[in-house]
Every structure is written in structure tokens, then in C-alpha cells.
Design a binder for this molecule. Structure first.
Ligand code: HEM
Length: 548
């Protein structure tokens, strides 16, 4: 909001104290007038000056350069949905000097996520954030065709065979955690009448990193979790924030820690690779390092060790907050709906009961048949997709199809080179015109074969539907679906199956062991982090279910 005149006079009086006495009037005039002048020009430019009709409408803002950054930063979903009502599905807003052109709805998702490499670049949008954290020569530090090959290498490690061996490992880690971590002290007391409490975000973050390191990252990383690794991860993570995306290099402590941690982690992974080469007896590992150590680019060049190390860091970062916050939101919803918690438990009782009444562990293939579990995760990802904005930089003028938005019957909008484009499946996943009771968490909507959820899912992941191969194996086209928690097109997530396996095993294991409640009700979302997390208060109360 524009500052009130009282606030402005107070500000001017304060400013006067700091100005030098000589020429103070002139300096004060300049000090006060330049910003005012800039604001006035900015407002007149928007209200009076004729606009280039090929440019999409611009969201009104008072302060130049800053633009709509505060509104977008505080609540991007409300900001985008509000602007959609005023300007339609395609509009531009100013954010810290950047022009961000948004395209919403299923057609908007398709426009951006299905855009061609000639027009749109993910690497130019993300590299300032990701390259200092992941390291050189991987992901967004390389041309798109190289990333596509690297995704193909990663997919080798994400095999069904590997996944089959992971379920038991994840269950083990969760059980060990609940048996020993102080968050579950009441559980450890073996009294089913005693209620304890835990913070789901903290618990899920710890369980996620323990299970990811035990499975994908490999035993050397897992065994260093209590020592050097978790400190380095935390320093690196401190460099993965919206601030670091906007200003990639500032002389601040978090940047220095980020750079030092990246270097040390890279060396750590390279030492693991060298250790494995020297000791061929450990070559039967089912983790990602083992898969990446055997890969060659199409040119015949072997994947170098530093690239393996940096891909491992990228996977750690890509999977950690996305999976852990999804897990935290899921557990929060389950705690707030004892009827669904009961349905999840009964599903396991039906499928995995031993003759003595205890529950046996599911296999990977069995886990995939649990329909209540599946609906619970899908519905959580609908309401809380961890990534609310997907961005690209426009590298060549990009015409908007008239079916999506047009200035007049004959014209088209053109998003000019240099703009950023932004898709937000988070908005289409809550669109009231598409989803029945769009803001309610209702897993049952996924059971209706003819309902809106299954229709959207069919467009997203239909096994028999249209497939495209961008160089990392055929994927469902999916760009036109209103439901895209894992993105779509050439940058579509390749961690989806792993995330389902990890979350599914984590949730089934927890639901078997404890009953949960959420006395304070569902927390709101915090949008100030890269990934949308639940705010406080978010304490879950729990009690032990049985003595298995
Ligand atoms: C890409 C979401 C877990 C690795 C993406 C994208 C989204 C996403 C939305 C597309 C980004 C874009 O188009 O700009 C999620 C969610 C997850 C999850 C919701 C969990 C619930 C994982 C895990 C891994 C992973 C566990 C690794 C094991 C990747 C990779 C990409 C990706 C490598 C490709 C980036 C690209 O091609 O540009 N993810 N992700 N993700 N994700 Fe995930």
C-alpha cells in the first residue's frame, strides 16, 4: 500500500536529521522528490501512457522496481488468483525489476510447461540459485539437451528393482527413529493411554533425510549423517532461499557457508566414488551412486566424478524439502481427520494381517495397491504442491495463443524476450470452476471414477495416453492437465515414483504405530521459504496404538 501522508511527513522529518547542514535544503529536496517523482512517473505510465497492445496487461503497482514483490512474496496463490480475476489468465507483474508474465489455468500450464526450448529456458531462470548449491556442469549449469541426458542417467538409479529393496529400509529407519528419537518419548513409554506430542515438520524432515540417505544416497552418506554430513547439508540448505535466487552472490555469512559446504560435499562424494572404485566388492549397491558410476553420454564421454557428485547434491536438494513438507502436510491432515486415519489403518489390517493379528510389512508392489493411501497423498499434493511457481526465462519473443488470451479479435499478445514466465499449477489445482469444494481436503474425491480428480489425473499420468520422449524416456504429456504437482513436459520431475514410495512407506509405518490428533486445527501455509511449509502452531498429539 502507498504510505499515508502522515507517515511520509514523519519520514521526511527523520531524513532531515541525517542530511549534512550545508546544501541541506537542496539535498532534502532531491532526497524526497526523486522517489516521489519516480512513483508519480510509474503511476502515470501505467494509467495514462498508451501501452503496446501486444503486451499482456500489467498488474498495477505503486513503487517502481519493487513492483508487486511484497504481495506475491507474502501469498503468491492469493495474489495470482486475485490478479486472474482482474486481468484474465495472462498478465505481467513487476518483481524486483523483473517482468514476470503469468499464464494460468490448464491452457496456461500447457503454454509454459509445453513451451519449446527455442523460446523458454529453465536454466537461465534457475541457475543463479541452483549452480552455487549443486555445483558446476550439472542440471541448470548445462544446456537443456545435456540435462535431458543427465535425467536419463538418474532414471537408471530409480529402477523398480531398486525400489523393491527400499521399502524395508525405509520402514526400518522410521521404526528406529520412533523407537529412539525424543519426539516420540511417550511412544517409547509403551503406555497406550498416554498422549504425547511432536512437530510434524521437524519429524518428517528428519525421517525424510534418514530414509533418502539410507536408500538413494547410499550407505557411506547414511553412516555420516550424525557426523559431518548433516552440518554440511544444513549450511548448503541455508543458501537455497528466495534471497539467494534474487541475489546469487552477496558478501554475507550464509553465502560463504553455502560455498564452503558445496565444496566439501562435492569432495565427500568424490571420495565415496574413489573408495568404491578401489574396493570392487561393494559394487552390488542398489543406490544412485552405483547407477551413475556406469554412465556415458551419447558422445561416448564417461560421466565424470565431479558431475556424479553434483548430481547427487542436486537430488538431495530436489527431494528433501519437497518430500518432507508433503509428508508433514499429509500427516497434519491425517491427524485432523480421524475417520481417514482409521480408513488408512483398516486398509493395512485388511491386506497385511498375520494370523496372530500382527501386521506384516508390505512389499513395493503391494504398497502401490493401497487406494486410500494413494488418494491421501494425491489430495495433499493437490492442496499443498511444494513448488507454487514454475519459472522460465523467455529467450525469444513468445506469442500467446489467442485461445489462451488475446487483446482483440485479431491480435495476439507476445511475451518479449527477457521476460520471465510463470506457471502455477497450485492455482489450477484449487480452481473453484474445476474442483468441487476446491479448498477442502477430501481424499474421497479420488475414488470417483467419473469425478474431476480422476479426469485431471488421466490427463496428467494416463498410462495409455499420449507420450513424449524428451531424451530421458517416454513420459505422459500431461502439460494440459490442471493437476501437475510434479510439473510436466521436459522438466517433469523424475522423483515422483520415489517420492510416492518414500511417503507411502513413511505414512503406513507411522499410522500403524500411533493414533494422531490436531488440537489447534490445520495451520496456514508459509510462503517465505522456497517450498511451501506449514506455519506454527502445528503440534500433533499422539498415542501409541499397540505394542507391536
Ligand atoms: C522437477 C516436484 C520429489 C528430482 C520437479 C518439478 C516439480 C517437482 C514441480 C518441475 C520443476 C520445473 O518444471 O521447473 C516435486 C515434488 C516432489 C519431488 C512435489 C515430492 C513430493 C523429487 C525427488 C527427486 C526429484 C524425490 C529426486 C530423487 C527432480 C528432478 C527434476 C524435478 C531431477 C527435474 C528438473 C528439470 O528437469 O528441470 N520436481 N519433486 N524430485 N525433480 Fe521433483
Amino acid at each position: 500500500p502507498f504510505p499515508s501522508s502522515d507517515a511520509w511527513s514523519g519520514f521526511v522529518a527523520e531524513a532531515q536529521k541525517f542530511l549534512p547542514q550545508s546544501n541541506s535544503r537542496l539535498a532534502l529536496l532531491a532526497f524526497v522528490n526523486i522517489p516521489v517523482f519516480a512513483i508519480v512517473i510509474n503511476v502515470l505510465r501505467q494509467l495514462i501512457l498508451p501501452r503496446d497492445r501486444s503486451l499482456p496487461p500489467e498488474v498495477f503497482h505503486w513503487i517502481p522496481i519493487i513492483g508487486s514483490a511484497p504481495s506475491y512474496g507474502n501469498d503468491p496463490i492469493a495474489f495470482l488468483a486475485d490478479a486472474q480475476k482482474k486481468y484474465g489468465n495472462v498478465f505481467t507483474f513487476v518483481m524486483l525489476g523483473r517482468k514476470m508474465t503469468v499464464a494460468l489455468g490448464s491452457a496456461g500450464n500447457n503454454f509454459i510447461l509445453g513451451g519449446k526450448v527455442a523460446n523458454l529456458s529453465a536454466e537461465e531462470a534457475y541457475t543463479p540459485l541452483t549452480t552455487p548449491v549443486f555445483g558446476k556442469d550439472v542440471v541448470y549449469d548445462v544446456p537443456n539437451e545435456v540435462l535431458m541426458e543427465q535425467k536419463k542417467f538418474i532414471k537408471v538409479g530409480l529402477s523398480t528393482e531398486n525400489f523393491r529393496s527400499y521399502v524395508g529400509m525405509i520402514e526400518d529407519e522410521v521404526s528406529e527413529y520412533m523407537a529412539h528419537d525424543p519426539s516420540f518419548r511417550t511412544f517409547q513409554m509403551n503406555d497406550i493411554n498416554e498422549w504425547g506430542e511432536f512437530d510434524p515438520l521437524k519429524v518428517l524432515a528428519e525421517m525424510t533425510i534418514l530414509t533418502a540417505t539410507r536408500t538413494l544416497q547410499g550407505k557411506e552418506v547414511r553412516s555420516n549423517m550424525d557426523k559431518t554430513f548433516s552440518k554440511l547439508f544444513s549450511d548448503l540448505d541455508g543458501g537455497f532461499t528466495p534471497l539467494h535466487m534474487i541475489f546469487p552472490n552477496l558478501p554475507l555469512e550464509s553465502y560463504r557457508k553455502r560455498d564452503a559446504a558445496q565444496k566439501k560435499l562435492s569432495e565427500f562424494y568424490i571420495s565415496i566414488i574413489n573408495g568404491r572404485r578401489d574396493n570392487t566388492s561393494t559394487n552390488d549397491e542398489t543406490d544412485m551412486i552405483a547407477a551413475l558410476m556406469n554412465q556415458h553420454y551419447r558422445s561416448g564421454r564417461a560421466l565424470p566424478d565431479h558431475e556424479i557428485a553434483h548430481i547427487m547434491i542436486a537430488l538431495l536438494m530436489a527431494g528433501q524439502h519437497t518430500s518432507s513438507t508433503t509428508g508433514a502436510w499429509t500427516i497434519l491432515h491425517i491427524a485432523s481427520r480421524p475417520d481417514i486415519a482409521d480408513a488408512l489403518y483398516q486398509e493395512q489390517v485388511e491386506k497385511f494381517s498375520n494370523p496372530d493379528g500382527t501386521l506384516r510389512s508390505p512389499t513395493y508392489d503391494e504398497l502401490k495397491t493401497l487406494t486410500v493411501l494413494d488418494a491421501v497423498i494425491r489430495e495433499t499434493l493437490r492442496l499443498h504442491p511444494p513448488i507454487h511457481s514454475i519459472m522460465r526465462k523467455v529467450r525469444a519473443d513468445f506469442p500467446v495463443p489467442p485461445t489462451l488470451a488475446a487483446p482483440s479479435k485479431d491480435g495476439v499478445y507476445v511475451v518479449p524476450k527477457g521476460h520471465f514466465v510463470l506457471a502455477s499449477p497450485a492455482v489450477s489445482q484449487r480452481d473453484p470452476t474445476l474442483w468441487h469444494e476446491c479448498d477442502a481436503w477430501e481424499p474421497a474425491r479420488w475414488n470417483d471414477a467419473d469425478g474431476e480428480a480422476q479426469k485431471a489425473f488421466k490427463q496428467y499420468a494416463d498410462e495409455n495416453g499420449e507420450k513424449v520422449d524428451f531424451g530421458f524416456g517416454a513420459v505422459s504429456k500431461g502439460t494440459e492437465s490442471p493437476y501437475q504437482p510434479f510439473g510436466a513436459g521436459r522438466h517433469r520431475c523424475i522423483g515422483e515414483q520415489f517420492a510416492y514410495l518414500q511417503l507411502g512407506t513413511l505414512i503406513t509405518t507411522m499410522v500403524r504405530k500411533i493414533e494422531m490428533r490436531l488440537p489447534a486445527g490445520m495451520p496456514g501455509p508459509n510462503y517465505h521459504t522456497m517450498i511451501t511449509m506449514p506455519k506454527t502452531p502445528r503440534t500433533i498429539t499422539y498415542r501409541r496404538r499397540n505394542f507391536d
